[in-house]
Ligand binder design. Structure first.
Ligand code: EPU
Length: 420
């Protein structure tokens, strides 16, 4: 067990290099299963627990995995013969559900333990299942295992998603790569990581068209081959550092970003009075004035991402006036607010709405990371608070932020990891 100990009040200054996108990488790793044989080299992977977990899962399925560096991995898929992913690692993370789509496409059947993930609300997978069933699979859930099987492989289908779902869009895309005929996903998610996974699949020889719009067509192919690929930069990690720079009245240049992917957070920061300058693959965030409160509603891309709602809520706690946050994606994503209140924040949560009244300052306290992005929100709070903040339960943060304390130390923060 470890905790992060932060001495707050230091403006962050300098440069930080953003890592690969977690939510693209956690789909790309399961997608390697789709290749019949050969060796992948995947670069710009985030150095996070979720990726280590997926490496263990691939090994348990028969793959050979070699880490070339902290951000690159070689995966040989020749030995993958098992359609069952039932290890403990599968139960620990959310994205293990992508093995359903991949294994089902490869073997015509799949058994995957029910996925875990952050406690941010009910996390149904009915739309994933609806997609697989439309393609001819029979799906059952028994004893915590999701089983999907087909008589003679998957067939292309027309699928209209009832809700815009990143997971269902990607999972159906994975399953459809080798289906007979054409699959159309309507009301598809448009997130940058959906596009990145489509690009990865196309690099393997798949025919995925329209990713990034709300209609995706997948023309099934017989064979997919291993490839080399570099994952896009992490929009959410970048957004978190942007918020941290603004909160501490700092001046930070983020490198290895795609500014277009950051537009919704950039727009909100500008509205609050923060300065944001976009370069080609950099963003500079600096701030030297009191922030103004804002209203935020989380929405699927290109709307404001739910994954940045929690760090942004920290910023709102020290902004002038009242901010209103409407969380439209996950009903349980305000748990971190009780922790922020320990630090002096004034927040009222009513269902999916949080009303935040800005205070002059936060004060350091012992707080517990309730989930991944909630944990990041508390770290931002610790960076800006008076005195010392201790963030416990950081296992959540390690799942999705690479080398957090090192990157923050590089920006001048006083933060250290301590064994409990
Ligand atoms: N939904 C359904 N049925 C489904 C699937 C989703 O009703 O079958 C609903 C959900 O309850 C939610 C909404 O649709 O209200 C959107 O869920 P989505 O499927 O898009 O979420 P996800 O795929 O489970 C991914 C990210 C989340 C991120 C959401 C939304 C991964 C591994 N996770 O989850 O990331 O919040 O998309 O953008 O890609 C995080 O990184 O901290 C994180 C939680």
């Amino acid at each position: 067990m470890e905790k992060l100990v932060i001495e707050g009040g230091i403006p962050l200054k300098g440069e930080v290099v953003i890592g690969g996108a977690k939510n693209a990488a956690v789909a790309i790793m399961p997608a390697v299963v789709l290749a019949d044989e050969g060796e992948f080299i995947i670069e710009n992977l985030p150095f996070i627990e979720d990726i280590k977990c997926l490496e263990d899962i691939l090994i348990s399925l028969g793959a050979k995995v070699e880490n070339l560096s902290d951000s690159a991995v070689k995966v040989n898929v020749d030995g993958i013969k098992d359609y069952r992913a039932l290890s403990e690692a599968v139960k620990k993370m959310r994205a293990s559900y992508y093995l359903l789509g991949s294994l089902l496409a490869k073997f015509g059947r799949a058994e995957v333990a029910f996925p875990g993930g952050c406690p941010i609300g009910v996390r149904p997978i009915d739309q994933h299942i609806k997609g697989f069933e439309a393609m001819g699979a029979k799906v059952t859930i028994e004893h915590g295992i999701i089983k999907a099987e087909t008589q003679d492989g998957l067939k292309g289908a027309h699928i209209y998603l009832d809700v815009v779902s990143v997971g269902a869009t990607i999972n159906i895309m994975l399953a459809a790569t080798k289906a007979k005929g054409v699959t159309t996903i309507e009301n598809a998610a448009k997130e940058p990581h959906v596009v990145d996974v489509a690009n990865f699949l196309n690099s393997m020889g798949a025919k995925v068209k329209g990713a990034g719009t709300d209609v995706i067509k997948i023309y099934g192919v017989d064979k997919l081959t291993a490839c080399n690929y570099s994952v896009i930069p992490d929009q959410i990690e970048a957004g978190t550092y942007m918020v941290a720079a603004a909160a501490t009245q700092g001046d930070v240049v983020l490198k290895n970003v795609i500014p277009k992917h950051l537009e919704s957070i950039t727009a909100k920061l500008l509205e609050m009075g923060v300065n944001v300058e976009e370069g080609e693959d950099t963003v500079r965030v600096y701030c030297d004035r009191k922030l103004k409160g804002i209203n935020i509603k989380t929405l699927p891309y290109p709307g404001f991402p739910t994954d940045l709602q929690q760090p942004m809520s920290t910023l709102c706690t020290i902004a002038e006036g009242v901010s209103i946050i409407n969380e439209s994606i996950w009903e349980g994503r305000f748990k971190h607010c009780d922790e922020l209140k320990r630090m002096g924040a004034k927040i009222k949560v009513e269902g999916r709405i949080a009303v935040i009244e800005g205070v002059q300052k936060l004060s350091g306290a012992e707080v517990s990371a309730t989930d991944l992005r909630g944990g990041a929100a508390l770290v931002v709070a610790g960076l800006v608070a008076d005195g010392v903040t201790e963030v416990t339960n950081i296992i959540h943060i390690d799942r999705g932020y690479e080398k957090l304390e090192y990157k923050l130390q590089g920006l001048g923060a006083k933060i250290k990891r301590v064994k409990i």
